[in-house]
Design a protein around this ligand. Structure first.
Ligand code: ARG
Length: 239
């Protein structure tokens, strides 16, 4: 072989091996303001969902790339093909099912009411009548409370902002998902949960209706992660 063709052969070998190592990217939409599922810590995306989706990525041989955005922008981003999937503690509600597909559920939660510790008037969702209630724009809690008659809502983009306003007595209560609410109560003084709880909701990964192949792969990966103990390890780590 001539020297030039030898160099060419070596070059091609290097190119093909590099290509086979470069994993296909999985663009993942989230809203990293929902501890313990997704939040920022020292500039890194951390939380139950973030670890779960990395483990899913490993199973299906794809490199996870997180794209952080506002919660109400997530489904539009999926529909516009800006992300491949969404993992954001997202409830697989019937309304959303009209727009996107959901994986098998990976977590069950419910809506709860957060109050100032000295508030003993609000026990259940019915007691929210006549009150000013903080909700997060586009969350299922927003939908539930906005449908109730005679309840005023104040809408926030991020849940920590609503907790601060509650502590400052600017609003009477906050309606939020149970696990995130518990997380805030653990880390903030002077707030508590009301007794009454809302209906159960299931969190699942959202995928475009066009991408059924990816949906099947993800469901299989979730099943395997539940079987091999990874899922339980993550629950222990974050809940
Ligand atoms: N489970 C609620 C919903 O689907 C709230 C989810 C909020 N998630 C977030 N990453 N901000 O509407």
């Amino acid at each position: 072989m001539k020297k030039f063709s030898k160099i060419l052969v070596v070059f091609l070998m290097v190119v093909t091996s590099v290509l086979s190592f470069a994993k296909e990217k999985l663009y993942v939409g989230t809203n990293a303001e929902f501890p313990p599922f997704e939040y920022l810590e020292k500039g890194e995306f951390v939380g139950f969902d973030m670890d779960l989706i990395k483990a899913v990525g490993n199973k299906i041989g794809m490199e996870v790339v997180i794209k952080d955005m506002s919660f109400d922008g997530l489904i539009p981003a999926l529909e516009a093909n800006k992300v491949d999937i969404v993992i954001a503690g997202m409830t697989s509600s019937d309304e959303r099912k009209m727009a996107v597909n959901f994986s098998t559920p990976y977590y069950t939660a419910n809506q709860v009411i957060i109050l100032n510790e000295d508030n003993n008037n609000i026990k259940s969702f019915d007691d929210l009548q006549g009150k000013l209630v903080g909700v997060m724009l586009g969350f299922t809690g927003d939908v539930v409370v906005s449908e109730m008659s005679d309840v005023k809502t104040k809408k926030y983009n991020a849940s920590y902002a609503s907790i601060m306003e509650l502590q400052n007595k600017k609003i009477d209560a906050v309606v939020l998902d149970s696990e995130t609410a518990l997380n805030y109560i653990k880390n903030n003084k002077g707030i508590k949960l009301a007794e009454g709880k809302g209906e159960l909701e299931e969190y699942a990964i959202a995928i475009s209706k066009k991408n059924t192949e990816l949906l099947e792969k993800i469901n299989l990966a979730i099943k395997e992660l539940k079987e091999d103990g990874t899922y339980d390890t993550l629950l222990k780590k974050y809940m």
